[in-house]
Design a protein. Structure first.
Length: 478
């Protein structure tokens, strides 16, 4: 069998693209050609202990590739005889495979070698134009027809693989480029066909990305400037793990690292990674094993405008193994055609939402003849559109210097009064700023006595000033 690697990773992956050299090795080396497989390295892993070796096809009774495909076979590139040959960069001959602890019985069974007797493996080298050698894989043959493999066989196998190395890498590069192009085209088509709301586009995009990457789930997190959070409205999947909304601080965890750093990352063991949020798995019942993430960049930059991330794309749990560097490259190349569609859909949603809010407010104002009727209606509109449990509208009394509320949505209180400089609402009013408080009880400005009085438990708070435009164009806080 032949396995290969390249200088981007060192992973081993079997491939069916070496049929000529594999057949030649079998004929000239005197091996049973039906008992070996050929392969290329998967250059996408980041460390040797996570690299994979893969088989892709069976041979027929004549020693040529059968038409029937079988699933890939992957295993760490530092395991087994092939792994040792590749990692140590040395040729190996094993005369009695049954007595060798490095033998991988399950791998041999899956490729049709039931009781292999002996094996020979040599590293496959690629030589650069400057004369530098780089190991790109391993060539391995199994079962000498008569007797045992010899040093002459070893040299013969090495000489046959040298001219094939560059052709293997060229073929692999062509395959990767073609796959990259096909993936970009598919994403572009999905984006073009998804002309509806942002939720529809996100659902279509996450499902497509997950399918193209063979991932169990994909999520798109978009940046919310108002709260400085990354938010996803949907994720591919089903059951409890099909999340409707998740929000995380834009500078926290794996997502925050990608968003702030502007660089994609691959995590092979989520629970061993610093910053991974285990609470999310406990909440959804979903078990995260491995992750790839990349930033989503703002499309159509103006001249001189600095590149800006508008979100993060995340794929979780590669089906049948670990993600690779090539998977991460694919994810990164999927996002540019998706970014413009996401920005357009988001703008459409925001405009539609704002239009509906203004219509509801105008209707409430026309139908409410008193302040006591208007305030609850306005609070109800805010509660519905922001998706919050409670909204309270405070007005400023210039004579007393107080902020007061005559009513609060989902509250039995009829009036609250306090100095206009006190608390979170007081600071928003006095300093004319918008405030986001993620943990009310951890904030010294929050008055916990109000919760004790009402029996309501406040978790987080958003406070914004209310402004009045006078007929002379003056803007005043109210």
């Amino acid at each position: 069998m032949e396995e290969g690697s390249d200088d981007r990773g060192g992973a081993l992956r079997a491939s069916a693209s070496t049929d000529v050299s594999a057949d030649a090795a079998g004929e000239r080396g005197g091996t049973d050609r039906g008992r070996r497989f050929s392969g290329l390295s998967d250059a996408s892993a980041t460390a040797a202990d996570h690299d994979d070796l893969v088989d892709s096809r069976r041979f027929d009774e004549h020693g040529y590739y059968a038409e029937e495909e079988i699933p890939e076979i992957r295993f760490p590139s530092n395991e087994g005889i092939a792994g040792q040959s590749f990692t140590a960069r040395v040729p190996l001959i094993v005369k009695d495979l049954s007595a060798d602890p490095r033998s991988q019985g399950e791998i041999e069974r899956r490729i049709g070698v039931r009781r292999p007797r002996n094996v020979m493996a040599v590293p496959v080298w690629r030589v650069s134009s400057g004369g530098e050698r780089a190991a790109v894989g391993v060539a391995q043959v199994v079962d000498k027809n008569e007797g045992h493999f010899t040093r002459f066989d070893l040299n013969l196998l090495d000489s046959m693989t040298r001219p094939a190395a560059q052709a293997l890498m060229n073929a692999r590069l062509r395959d990767e480029n073609e796959r990259m192009r096909n993936v970009t085209v598919k994403i572009s088509r999905v984006m073009s066909a998804s002309s509806g709301s942002l939720d529809v586009l996100l659902a279509n995009l996450t499902a497509t990305v997950a399918r193209l990457l063979d991932a169990m789930r994909c999520a798109i997190f978009l940046y919310d400037e108002a709260t400085d959070e990354l938010c996803t409205r949907a994720a591919s999947g089903s059951g409890r793990d099909a999340m409707r909304e998740v929000r995380v601080p834009s500078d926290k965890g794996i997502l925050g690292r990608v968003f702030q750093g502007g660089t994609g990352i691959m995590v092979l063991d989520a629970y061993a990674e610093e910053g991974f949020c285990e609470e999310l798995d406990r909440t959804t019942g979903f078990k995260t094993h491995n992750i790839i993430c990349c930033p989503i960049w703002k499309p159509s930059l103006d001249d001189g405008e600095e590149r800006k991330a508008i979100g993060v794309a995340q794929a979780v749990n590669k089906i049948g193994g670990d993600f690779t560097n090539f998977d991460l490259h694919l994810l990164e190349n999927m996002m540019p055609p998706a970014a413009q569609a996401l920005a357009n859909a988001r703008l459409r949603d925001e405009n539609e939402r704002m239009k509906n809010i203004l219509i509801d407010i105008a209707q409430a104002m026309s139908e409410s003849q008193s302040l006591d009727l208007l305030l609850p209606r306005l609070a109800s509109i805010v509660t519905r559109y922001l998706g919050v449990e409670r909204c309270t509208i405070f007005l400023h009394n210039e004579k007393t210097g107080e902020l007061y509320s005559r009513a609060s949505e989902n509250s039995n209180m009829k009036e609250i009064r306090f100095p206009s400089t006190a608390g979170i609402a007081g600071q928003a009013f006095t300093e004319e700023v918008r405030l986001v408080v993620p943990d009310a009880y951890a904030d010294a400005r929050f008055n916990q006595a109000i919760d004790r009085t009402t029996g309501f438990r406040t978790r987080d708070i958003l406070a914004v000033p209310i402004w009045k435009n006078s007929t002379g164009g003056e803007v005043r806080r109210v």
